[in-house]
Each structure stands twice: as structure tokens, then as C-alpha cells.
Design a protein around this ligand. Sequence first.
Ligand code: NCD
Ligand code: ZN
Length: 335
Amino acid sequence: MEITLTAPLDMHLHLRDGDMLRLTAPLSADFAGAVIMPNLVPPVRTPEQLRAYAERIDDAMDGAPFMRLMTLFFAPQSEAQLLAAQATPEFFAYKLYPAGITTNSEGGLADMAQAEPTLRLMEELGIPLLVHGESHGFVLDREAEFLTVYRTLAERFPRLKLCMEHITTAAALQLLDEYPSLCATVTLQHLLITLDDVAGGALRPHLFCKPLAKRPEDREALLAAALGGHPRLFFGSDSAPHPRHKKECCGCAAGVFTAPLALPKLAELFAAHGAAERLQGFVSDNACRYYGLQPPPRRVTLCDTPMQVPPLYRGYGQSVVPMAAGECIGWSIKR
Ligand code: NCD
Ligand code: ZN
């Protein structure tokens, strides 16, 4: 069996910088494009930094036409600043992190109320806002608690393109259905695992990410929505590479590295559920429709020839352990 995808997109990707960028960028090159996260150290905050980072990504890619949809780390902005961002061809959206909520987000927003004048302007200008939606409450309740913030924003700014990033709960899907202006991304790991896989037995650091994987009923609801072709649910891997020594240690960094296996694993998952024809929408068409994107029309064919996931990706002095390291996946990319 085969599935041919046109212009698959990863709507939430961490490529990092320097040697890690050189190692990981080519591992996303089967995608036609991706939304690139700005949580570098220091974060990508200005159009100049954004353009320079886009160039470094181009250099790190092996020449494949790749639409990098660049994001700026959100802080309250003047209208002039927003217009300057919008005039930057590589710019796609602002990414808002509550301060300190995840990797490299210390400079994020401390008080949502401060964002409102900027969000009003972004709504008028048609600039999307991507949000890491977690509160600072009990770790398993953080996303659920943040839903009230999404609700307030959807009510106050009904035309703002607002993306609930990496949703992990059935409750987030309900909110998505309530407000047609909202969209959401979901990762590979949150379609596959629950908290039991992370910490129910021996601790598995390579499955540890923010937000944490949740309950079986949450995973089932996310999977049903993805397989069912929810029109405002997009694939966003949140592939977040960390050096091996920062994962296999006391004080494990949050982030699951999935980029090189994302498309084969999605193909396997959708085919196993008899939903192969829905994959195109999930990995490309839904996002293109919502945002009005026109990615390069590159085609990728997936086939049910097994793929052995390497135990480690290595290069440029970096080593990163992927999800499903050393395991066999039923599908692979046809070369
Ligand atoms: C991401 C990272 O490592 O940058 N980590 C994660 O656990 N998902 C940041 C993020 O998207 O939260
Ligand atoms: Zn992320």
C-alpha cells in the first residue's frame, strides 16, 4: 500500500541553531515546509533576527525547497513593530509563551492582560497568534486551566487567527468546536501515548515533553479528531531535539524528537485505522485552508515497507535520541 502526500507541513517545529540546526534541519526535509519556533537562546524577537535565522535554516537544509514559516517570540508590540514584522517575507506569526512555562521561555509573557492592545492590532492586520497554552497550576491541569484564557481571547478577538498549540486534552477539542476562529495543532506523541507510557513504569525521558501526555480518553479523543478529519486540527510535531546528555540525566529537558519518523509513523497510524485518505488534510490541506498558505507542491510517497528507527542521530558533534529509537515502524518514505 502507498500514500502520496502533496506538500506535507509540520505546523510546529523546533530546529534549534548552530550544530544542532545543522543536524536536525535535513531530517525535516521531507516536509514541504514548517512553522519554526522562536525559542532560541536568546529568542527570535526582531525581524532582523528572524531573517538571519531563516538564512541559517536555508544553509542547513540540503537545498530542498522548504517553506519556513518563521515566528517571532511574542511581547507587546506597537503598530509600527507589527507592520515591520508583516512586511518581512519569511514572517508567519507570533508565538506566545507564558513566562517560564517550557524550554527557553523565561522571557515570555507574565500577564496576559498586557497582550490585549497588541492582539487587537493583530486581529485587524490578520497576523496569527500561536499560543503555548498552559497555566502555572498543577502539571496535569495546566492545559485545562488555560482553556479559560483561550475562551476569553476567542470572545474578545473573534477574527484573530488563534492557534492552540500541541493540544493534549479532550476538553481542548470541545473548545475548538465552540469557536470557529480557533485552530489547533497536535503532535505525533500525543496521538500515540499517555502519561502511562512516560511514567507508568520505568521513566522514559525521551517521551517527556510539555505539555505532558494525558489520560487514555484524551489520547482517544485527539486520535478520533485527527482521523475524522477535523478541519481546524493540524499536524504540528513539536519535534524538540535536546542533546542526549540533557535528556538522560537528573533534570531531563522537556521535548520529544520525532521529525525523522513523523511521516512514516503518521502513515502507519492512519492506514491502520482505515483513514489513509484523511492524512493529506491533517498534514497539509487543513492548515493551508485556514491560513491561506501555498507551499511548494512537493510530493512525498509513503509505503508499507518497514523502517528501522536509528538508536541515535549523530553529527556536527551532537547526538539526539529519537522517539521509538531502535524500533521498527511498519511504514517508510519511498525514495
Ligand atoms: C519544547 C522545546 O524543547 O523547545 N519542549 C517541549 O517539551 N515541547 C518547547 C515547547 O514547545 O514547549
Ligand atoms: Zn514546541
